[in-house]
Design a protein around this ligand. Structure first.
Ligand SMILES: Cc1cc2nc3c(=O)[nH]c(=O)nc-3n(C[C@H](O)[C@H](O)[C@H](O)COP(=O)(O)OP(=O)(O)OC[C@H]3O[C@@H](n4cnc5c(N)ncnc54)[C@H](O)[C@@H]3O)c2cc1C
Ligand code: FES
Length: 356
């Protein structure tokens, strides 16, 4: 498959068959997605990445990201695990309705929450369903190299622990390399920043990977910060929905600055699916909005700066992002931008979704 065709396939939802459904806990199910031979390349992924699903809901559609809990380095299947959220629309729909043999609409793998190179220890924190990309990264770490791995996994109670036996099996197989601490609310009390700091203190030379819902992430980040760990060694994926996410003061200032610079832009040139379009830019819009309103169909999912589905290369000109909750400094230095958050700042801006 040519690079161009590969990039085009990456931007589309594909109808894929569910080959297996696994009851993990009372409120979480895994879905194994069958990848046909001709899409193998398009659905190649790194441990820690996610798939985006189009979920039919109330006559419309919801787009939701679900991380792959499988590791491409030691497993052949693509498995996601969905935990029910109270009153959650997509998570309950998927758990209630999707059965073996059903077809679901899936966008190819995306995401920046992947293992960074290194040979030092790795410490991972997972909260509830946040274990999905974390277990994938743990499995990848254990098949190669010799990095010590420590996992702190927080749950309500023992019955809510997803992958309990798989994790116990990994720890038994790699006693020298993998240690797991389960933090159970009903047994140990809620995980606090102070307890996170204590866990971190003994492993201050590690790289840190964190994933879970918003509240969990705040606690873990506070603990890691209190332990004095530099931000460059902390990698995170937040499992939030738009409704949770109140903009911070910093977000508001950044958004205002981005919007203020938009007045000078006239032309937006975008390349997607092998075609280049010259678009008239209207003030106040993001790059993604401008493209979509002109009928161009670039990839996107959360439209809130945290999933990275919409990322593209800035080829010419300047943009400012209203917010960025997933691209690293290295990504930014390499010219990547989140188009759902990017507001043009120069007369002409060129964006390429097909770049890799
Ligand atoms: C990159 C990424 C990867 C993800 N991977 C996974 C995964 O592997 N497994 C998984 O189960 N989920 C995962 N999520 C979360 C998932 O995408 C949905 O946000 C989640 O399933 C809730 O969607 P919903 O439609 O059911 O809830 P909504 O109908 O959107 O929300 C209903 C209510 O629940 C609250 N809510 C939404 N999400 C959460 C949450 N995560 N925790 C607590 N309350 C919440 C909302 O504020 C709202 O009040 C991931 C999210 C991201 C961004
Ligand atoms: S669509 Fe999720 S970061 Fe842009």
């Amino acid at each position: 498959m040519s690079d161009e065709t590969l990039a085009q396939q990456h931007h589309h939802y594909h109808p894929l068959r569910i080959s297996r459904v696994v009851e993990e806990t009372a409120d979480a199910r895994s879905f194994v997605v069958e990848i046909p031979e001709d899409l193998r390349e398009v659905f190649r992924y790194e441990a820690g990445q996610f798939l985006t699903f189009k979920v039919p809901y109330d006559g419309g559609e919801l787009l939701r990201c679900y991380s792959l809990a499988s590791s491409p380095d030691c497993e052949h299947e693509h498995k996601v695990t969905v935990k029910r959220i109270e009153d959650g629309r997509a998570s309950n729909w998927l758990n209630d309705n999707v059965r073996e043999g059903d077809t679901v609409q899936v966008l190819p793998p995306a995401g920046r929450f992947t293992l960074r190179p290194g040979d030092g220890p790795v410490m991972l924190f997972a909260g509830g369903s946040g274990i999905t990309p974390v277990i994938a990264i743990v499995k990848t770490l254990l098949v190669a190299g010799s990095r010590p791995v420590r996992l702190v996994y927080a749950n309500r109670d023992a019955d809510s622990v997803i992958f309990a036996s798989e994790l116990a099996g990994l720890a038994a197989k790699h006693p020298e390399r993998l240690s797991i601490v389960h933090s159970l609310d009903d047994r140990d009390g809620f995980l606090t920043a102070e307890r996170v700091k204590q866990h971190v203190a003994a492993h201050a030379d590690a790289d840190f990977y964190l994933c879970g819902p918003g509240v969990f992430m705040e606690i873990v980040e506070d603990g890691i910060e209190a332990a004095g760990i530099p931000r460059e060694r902390v990698f995170k994926e937040v499992f939030v929905s738009l409704e949770d996410d109140q903009p911070t003061e910093e977000d508001l200032v950044r958004a205002a600055e981005a919007d203020a610079g938009a007045a000078g832009c006239e032309t937006l040139v975008v390349t997607v699916d092998g075609a280049t379009h010259e678009l008239v830019y209207a003030e106040g819009k993001t790059v993604l909005q401008t493209a979509r309103e002109a009928g161009v169909q670039p990839p996107f999912s959360c439209e809130d700066g945290y999933c990275s589905c919409c990322m593209a290369k800035l080829v010419e000109g300047e943009v400012k992002m209203r917010k960025n909750d997933c691209l690293t400094q290295r990504d930014l230095d390499d010219g990547w931008v989140l188009t759902c958050q990017s507001v043009p700042q120069t007369r002409t801006v060129k964006i390429d979704w097909d770049a890799s």
